[in-house]
Design a protein around this ligand. Structure first.
Ligand SMILES: *Cc1c(COP(=O)(O)O)cnc(C)c1O
Length: 384
């Protein structure tokens, strides 16, 4: 548990504001679903709520198949297993640790490639340069839900005959021209962790294109059982349980409203930050229906304070921003000795990691965006 130095501080006029606040629907809406579980005594193993949520999510997201998991990290590990990837996998250093960790758990070697500084996503031109005879797959991340350059990645992958697995943990519900971003590549992996916009406390999913792949993934997440007595592979236990699935169905009733409210807070930030010098934003694809899961800003030299100082001083005001993603995963002890992790190879990812700050973003109405931007203005010495 984090300790919260602000909680009992009488000098604090307002409650602490965290980078996100998990949404919970009214408890009364959950209890009838719990009653159904109590009555049926089906608690897990692909029960009725699990089946209903898979169907409901496939429809909501506009994808053919959704395989539910107990979390996004295990979903990522199983996705790599399902495609029988062996060797090296090209990925981004600018991500959450679960992305490269899923590679290590599969005895795969990450090959880090630098990002496009405008979006924070893998630079497709550099992917091609990093491909060797040992390259077995490409694992890009739709960072903050911003779509990767999927057309360019698909072109490289097609030419070099490599599967593409998207870490789409931030990309729930993202569409371009009415088409789900989760249809890109061979597989896409979602996270339903409490900090994500659509959550099931913990949870995740793999999105796939055909029934045979869905079957394979379902076997792998259930110890490799094909039927009661036949085990076809060394699977693991990645199943989502019935309580999580029931909660997911309830969240789906609220998700559109949640997304609208987050979009409204993003619009508030956009307007309020327009006049603050030294604060920049990443590029956004205007044609995409956005995820709005994060509000990253870049603290540039013109702001007058280093990002770490801004982070610290906002904390003193009870505003808990996060340095997502700092440090780069390629700087962590289990990765930093890889040739591709050398700092000189990843200058853009490093620059972004050193300047980014994710501001509090949630789905509750109020003036929190104003509070954060006023605090930033004070730090910058700009009057409102
Ligand atoms: C949240 C997240 C994951 C892992 O999700 P869990 O459900 O917490 O295991 C993977 N990749 C990225 C980029 C994430 O943000």
């Amino acid at each position: 548990m984090r300790t919260d130095p602000m909680r009992n501080n009488p000098a604090m006029s307002r409650p602490p504001l965290y980078v996100t606040r998990p949404y919970l629907p009214p408890l009364e809406e959950f209890t009838p679903l719990l009653r159904e579980i109590w009555d049926s005594r089906v608690l897990t193993n692909g029960g009725p709520f699990h089946q209903r949520l898979e169907a409901a999510l496939a429809e909501y997201l506009g994808v053919p198949h959704v395989a539910l998991f107990n979390n996004g990290t295990v979903a990522l590990m199983v996705a790599l297993q399902a495609l029988q990837v062996q060797g090296e996998v090209i990925t981004t250093p600018y991500t959450f640790v679960a992305t490269p960790h899923a590679l290590l758990w599969n005895k795969l070697t990450p090959v880090f490639v630098d990002i496009d500084p405008r979006t924070g996503n893998l630079d497709p031109a550099l992917i091609e340069e990093a491909i060797s005879e040992r390259t077995a797959a490409i694992l890009p991340v739709h960072c903050y839900g911003e779509p990767c350059d999927t057309a360019a990645i698909a072109e490289v992958a097609r030419r070099r005959r490599l599967p593409v697995i998207y870490d789409a943990a931030h990309a729930f519900g993202v569409q371009r021209d009415g088409r789900s971003l989760l249809l890109e590549g061979d597989l896409s992996v979602l996270s339903f962790h409490a900090t994500k916009t659509f959550h099931t406390f913990e949870g995740g999913a793999v999105v796939c294109h055909d029934a045979a792949m869905k079957r394979r993934i379902d076997d792998l997440k259930n110890f490799g059982f094909r039927n009661q007595i036949t085990v076809i592979e060394a699977g693991l236990n990645g199943k989502m349980n019935e309580m999580q699935a029931a909660f997911g169905l309830l969240m789906l009733n609220h998700i559109d409203e949640l997304r609208e409210r987050r979009a409204a807070m993003v619009a508030q930030y956009d307007a309020l930050l327009a006049g603050v010098p030294g604060i920049a934003r990443l590029a956004r694809d205007a044609s995409a229906r956005a995820a709005n899961g994060y509000y990253p800003v870049l603290i540039e030299p013109g702001f007058g304070l280093h990002r770490d100082e801004v982070h610290r001083r906002l904390e003193a005001k009870g505003i808990f921003t996060r340095r997502y993603f700092y440090p780069l995963v390629s700087d962590m002890p289990m990765y930093r000795d890889l040739p591709s992790a050398h700092p000189l190879r990843l200058p853009r990812a490093r620059a972004l990691a050193d300047s980014v700050l994710c501001l509090p973003l949630h789905a509750e109405p109020g003036d929190d965006a104003e509070r954060v931007v006023n605090a930033l203005r004070e730090l910058a010495g700009v009057c409102a």
